[in-house]
Ligand binder design. Structure first.
Ligand code: PLP
Length: 273
C-alpha cells in the first residue's frame, strides 16, 4: 500500500512521521474519511471545506487544498484496488518538546483504507456520557477520538455497532462516528448543529435530499421514534433495528428505506454534490 506523507508517496512501512509530531503528543490533529466510488473520491469538496474549517477552529495553518487534492489523486492512482475510503490526516507537525507547534510545518498524511459493505440495519446503544455542545472543539473533526473509542467499546460489549450521546442539556446529539435521524409521525428529524454534533456530510446530503427538519430532540425521543437511522461516510444511511433494549423489528421502515434509496441514487449520480 502506498501512502502520501508530506509531499510524496511512500510505502506504508517506509512512511515516517516524527515522534514529536503534535498530533501524536497532544492530539491536535484533524482528519477526514472520504468514501471512494470506483476509485474516485465522493463529496471531496465538502470534505475539504470541513478540513479547512477544522484547521481554523484548532488554530492549525490553513491546509493547502490543492496539495490535498493532488495527494488524494496520487494515492488512488498508486493503489489501484478500490479499497473504499481515503483517510486524510493533518496535524500541527513537528515541534521540539516544550515549544509551540508547527516549527517544521504541518504534517499531511493521505492513506487508503478498506471498507466492508455495511448491513442495512444495525444495533445501537445510548451512553451515559455527554457531548459538550459549547466546547472549544465542538463541531471540529479532530483526531482526539478517545471519548468515541470508549463509547464504541461499550457499544460492542452490548452487541451494537454505535453508541449515541446526548449533550449536556439532555438533547439527542450524535453517535461516535455518525449522525442520527428519527422519524416521528411520519416526519424526518435530525438534531441541529447547535446540539454539538459534527456537521456530517452524509447528514447534510440526506437532510437536503429527503427534507429533514432540524429539531431539538430530548434523548427519550428514541423510546418513541417510529424509525431511527444513522448516517456517515462509512455507513451511508443505516437503519437501527435495536436501540438499547428496544427492538424496532420493522427496520428499515418506509421513511428510512426511501432515504437509503434516495441517497444511493443521488450519490451514484454525482460524485461531488
Ligand atoms: N459524527 C462524528 C463524531 C463523526 O466522527 C462522523 C464521521 O466520522 C460523523 C458524525 C458523520 O460524518 P460524515 O457523514 O461526514 O462521515
Amino acid at each position: 500500500m502506498k501512502i502520501w506523507v508530506n509531499g510524496g508517496l511512500h510505502t506504508a512501512e517506509g512512511a515516517l512521521v516524527s515522534v514529536l509530531d503534535h498530533g501524536l503528543t497532544v492530539g491536535d490533529g484533524i482528519f477526514e474519511t472520504v468514501k471512494t466510488v470506483h476509485g474516485r473520491p465522493f463529496a471531496l469538496t465538502r470534505h475539504l471545506d470541513r478540513l479547512s474549517r477544522s484547521a481554523r477552529g484548532l488554530g492549525l495553518p490553513e491546509p493547502d487544498l490543492d496539495e490535498v487534492r493532488r495527494a488524494c489523486a496520487a494515492v488512488l492512482d498508486a493503489n489501484p484496488v478500490d479499497l473504499g475510503r481515503l483517510r486524510i490526516t493533518y496535524t500541527g507537525g513537528l515541534s521540539p518538546l516544550g515549544s509551540d507547534r508547527g516549527e517544521a510545518g504541518p504534517t499531511l498524511v493521505v492513506a487508503v483504507g478498506g471498507t466492508k459493505r455495511r448491513p442495512d440495519t444495525t444495533a445501537a446503544i445510548t451512553v451515559p456520557w455527554t457531548r459538550n455542545e459549547r466546547g472549544a472543539v465542538t463541531g471540529l473533526k479532530t483526531t482526539s477520538y478517545a471519548e468515541n473509542v470508549v463509547a464504541l467499546a461499550r457499544a460492542r460489549e452490548h452487541g451494537a455497532s454505535e453508541a449515541l450521546f446526548a449533550n449536556t442539556v439532555g438533547a439527542l446529539c450524535e453517535g461516535t462516528g455518525s449522525n442520527v435521524f428519527v422519524v416521528l409521525d411520519g416526519e424526518l428529524h435530525t438534531p441541529p448543529l447547535a446540539s454539538g454534533c459534527l456537521a456530517g456530510i452524509t447528514r447534510a446530503l440526506t437532510a437536503e435530499w429527503c427534507g429533514a427538519h432540524e429539531t431539538d430532540l430530548p434523548l427519550d425521543v428514541l423510546e418513541r421514534a417510529d424509525e431511527i437511522f444513522l448516517t456517515s461516510t462509512l455507513r451511508d444511511v443505516q437503519a437501527v433495528h435495536r436501540l438499547d433494549d428496544r427492538q424496532l423489528p420493522a427496520a428499515p421502515g418506509p421513511v428510512t428505506t426511501k432515504a437509503m434509496r434516495v441517497f444511493e441514487e443521488r450519490a451514484g449520480a454525482d460524485l461531488d454534490p
